[in-house]
Design a protein around this ligand. Structure first.
Ligand code: PMP
Length: 405
């Protein structure tokens, strides 16, 4: 079944010490650690077959191209896309949303049209839409959340109008950890003819994702948050929608024929992959997803659920500590403050005990402002963390309190 010691042994960094203590890594929402198989895969590419993809006829280039396209198949299967044409490699979630904001804006948005984003979104699912709205003279509208961190979906009926073109929502939020009710949201949006973009940066690694069954129009995520290398990410889009979008960046690989009179473009998905892609990162992403599949997604998710129940109960029972985000449906995130201790001080003290957490605004200022705060401490865990590590965090918080009071 789920052998946590075996899992931990797959992640070499978990062995290391920080200030003489075993690392307790609880900053997984910022980025995840990498299993040995992903690290070896990257090494293999550079040692065995590194060559630019989709270009040369060499044996090396054909191996590298196959690895890249196999990774695309793996991603497509992992999220159950209908075709690999629907899977575009980008450098991450941010790049994927910017690509979409530009191209969707060009194709579907006119002056006076509306885009809806949620109050709890990460900046990368707010700012690209603000930029696009400025460019197209469109209107940005906001779906608020309540004090437990749940979106007020009952407001959607009034918020979505015949001018709304797109609704942008996270699968799970990075500050509050809420898993948003996408079934309700997608249904309400589609009833009004509104397309939906789901930001999966905090969801894909914790929640089984089926873009076809869930009827998402667009879905994005980052490799580095799902045990893969940095610098690689995915834009999924329904094929008939991606086909209608214009190219974004111009350059090699995204063209069919080039002349000064007229240039024609590649078909999907290469139309959106200008220049040398991060084929090493893509190969690493394929390896990471295969690692998760072979470990067992159901086992991973049920272990995480158990750990989350334990952690949230344990952390919220600490006196003078408030957890922000108390939705009944959360991923492994606890953002909190201890009365009288600044979030940055708490982060530094925990770090000296070898405990890595995130502090500050966490790239989601509107969510932090909702509570009238300037920042929070965020602990975020995943399937290689243990109850003992949650205990260490709680002991660390208690020690910090003693230092201050
Ligand atoms: N959306 C959410 C919900 C996130 O948590 C993050 C990363 N913190 C992003 C988008 C941006 O991801 P990246 O920095 O990998 O592009």
């Amino acid at each position: 079944m789920f052998d946590i010691e075996k899992i931990r042994a797959d992640f070499p960094i978990l062995e290391r010490e920080i200030y003489g203590r075993r690392l307790v890594y609880l900053d997984n929402a910022a980025t995840t650690q990498k299993p040995s198989c992903v690290i070896s895969k990257i090494r293999d590419v550079y040692e065995q077959y590194n060559s630019n993809i989709h270009r040369s006829v060499s044996r090396l280039a054909s191996i590298c191209t196959d690895e890249y396209e196999n990774a695309r198949k793996t991603v497509s299967g992992f999220i159950n896309a209908k075709s690999t044409n629907e899977i575009v490699f980008t450098s991450g979630t941010t790049a994927a949303i910017n690509l979409l904001a530009f191209t969707f804006g060009e194709k579907f948005v006119n002056g006076g049209d509306e885009i809806v984003v949620c109050e709890s979104e990460h900046h990368s699912n707010i700012v690209p839409w603000q930029l696009m709205c400025e460019r197209k003279n469109a209107v940005l509208k906001v779906l608020p959340f309540d004090d437990s961190g749940d979106l007020k979906t009952e407001l959607l009926d009034g918020l979505l109008t015949e001018r709304t073109r797109l609704l942008c929502v996270a699968q799970a939020t990075n500050v509050l950890g809420t898993v948003n009710p996408l079934d309700i949201i997608v249904k309400k949006a589609h009833e009004k003819g509104v397309y939906v973009l789901v930001d999966g940066a905090q969801g894909i690694q914790h929640v089984k994702t089926d873009v076809t069954a869930s009827d998402f129009d667009f879905y994005v995520f980052s490799g580095h948050k799902i045990y893969a290398p940095t610098g690689i990410g995915i834009l999924y889009g329904k094929e008939h929608l991606l086909e209608q979008l214009p190219p974004w960046q111009g350059g090699g690989d995204m063209v069919n024929r080039v002349s000064f009179a007229k240039t024609t473009y590649s078909g999907l998905p290469l139309k959106f992959e200008a220049g040398t892609s991060n084929y090493v990162g893509a190969t690493g992403l394929g390896e990471a997803l295969n690692y998760l599949i072979s470990t067992g997604l159901d086992q991973i998710h049920s272990y995480e659920k158990e750990l989350t129940n334990y952690a949230l109960a344990r952390i919220s029972s600490i006196p003078q500590l408030t957890v922000y985000g108390t939705s009944a449906n959360k991923v492994g995130i606890a953002s909190f403050l201890v009365e009288g201790i600044h979030h940055a001080d708490m982060g530094e003290i925990l770090d000296k005990m070898g405990i890595a957490v995130r502090t500050g605004r966490m790239c989601a200022e509107p969510a932090i402002h909702h509570f009238g705060l300037t920042g929070l401490v965020r602990a975020s865990w995943t399937f290689y963390n243990t109850k003992q590590e949650i205990d260490s965090l709680c002991e660390g918080i208690e020690k910090a309190k003693k230092l201050f009071f």
